[in-house]
Write a protein that binds this ligand. Structure first.
Ligand code: APR
Length: 238
């Protein structure tokens, strides 16, 4: 342990965190979009071959952000971030902005953000609210057809890996919420944390996952109930 009074905490979240806010998960019963698996629309190949389809998928998801709100699990994690005495890092695979809207600051979007886009020509990343089309010109370099969602697709390197790896080196408590544990490298974080000596590894999910066996504690239930409960426990017992 890096210090019994101030344990280091890393939280990893996935689509299950935002499910009760109305953001669809990727692999649940609603895991298909117009007959496509996520792997078929979230890849550089898909963007090369059918950019209109890829834009439509992300445009719909970006627009849908206007219809959702953070839930009690997002708010509880912000309370944890603010009150936790040791180091704290919240790594999310989610591309929505519900954690920020709840007030999260120590947050890293390892798979990018729906409200950001990137120009493949000038490489600038910019905030973006409206739809993106194949005909959209980059507002900075004015090149047409080079704009893409700033989302990490299959086969691409997730963001913040160095910082996350460093945090996992000294983590004491690792909490994993609402992820199916099938997409790497995030799916390997629990094992990484355990190998570095994390004493508590806690999973919250509706069901068992591919990575459940790596956790020392498993709490089965909805994030909106289980996360606030866990946060209260952590803050009163640590
Ligand atoms: N509370 C807790 N867990 C839930 C809830 C809920 N209300 N609803 C769903 N879950 C769980 C499901 O049981 C499932 O294990 O959340 C998980 C969601 O899994 P996925 O849809 O696979 O989402 P995620 O693990 O975040 O996907 C990882 O895959 O497609 C890529 O880049 C995308 O970031 C995404 C990555």
């Amino acid at each position: 342990m890096a210090g019994l009074t101030h344990p280091n905490l890393v939280v990893l979240t996935g689509a299950g965190l935002s499910a009760e806010s109305g953001v669809p998960t990727f692999r649940g019963v609603d895991g298909l979009w117009e007959g496509y698996h996520i792997e078929e629309v979230a890849s550089p190949e898909a963007f090369r071959h059918t950019p209109e389809l890829v834009h439509r998928f992300y445009n719909l998801r970006r627009a849908a952000l206007h219809t959702v709100q953070p839930n009690s699990a997002h708010h509880a994690l912000v309370r944890l971030e603010q009150a936790w005495p040791g180091s704290f890092l919240h790594v999310t695979q989610n591309v929505d902005d519900l954690n920020e809207r709840a007030g999260a600051k120590k947050l890293r979007h390892m798979h990018g953000e729906l409200r950001k886009v990137r120009c493949l020509w000038c490489r600038n990343v910019m905030d973006w609210e409206s739809d993106l089309e194949v005909t959209t010109a980059c507002p900075i370099c004015e090149k047409v057809g080079k704009m893409r969602p700033d989302i990490v697709w299959f086969g691409e390197m997730p963001y913040y890996i160095e910082e996350i790896t460093q945090a996992l080196e000294t983590v004491d408590v690792f909490v994993c919420i609402g992820t199916s544990g099938v997409v790497y490298p995030a799916a390997g974080f629990a094992r990484q944390a355990a190998s570095k000596g994390a004493k508590r590894l806690i999973e919250i999910n509706l069901e068992s996952t591919d990575i459940s066996s790596h956790f020392t504690e498993r709490r089965q239930g909805t994030a909106s109930v289980e996360v606030p409960r866990l946060v209260e426990e952590l803050l009163t017992t640590t």
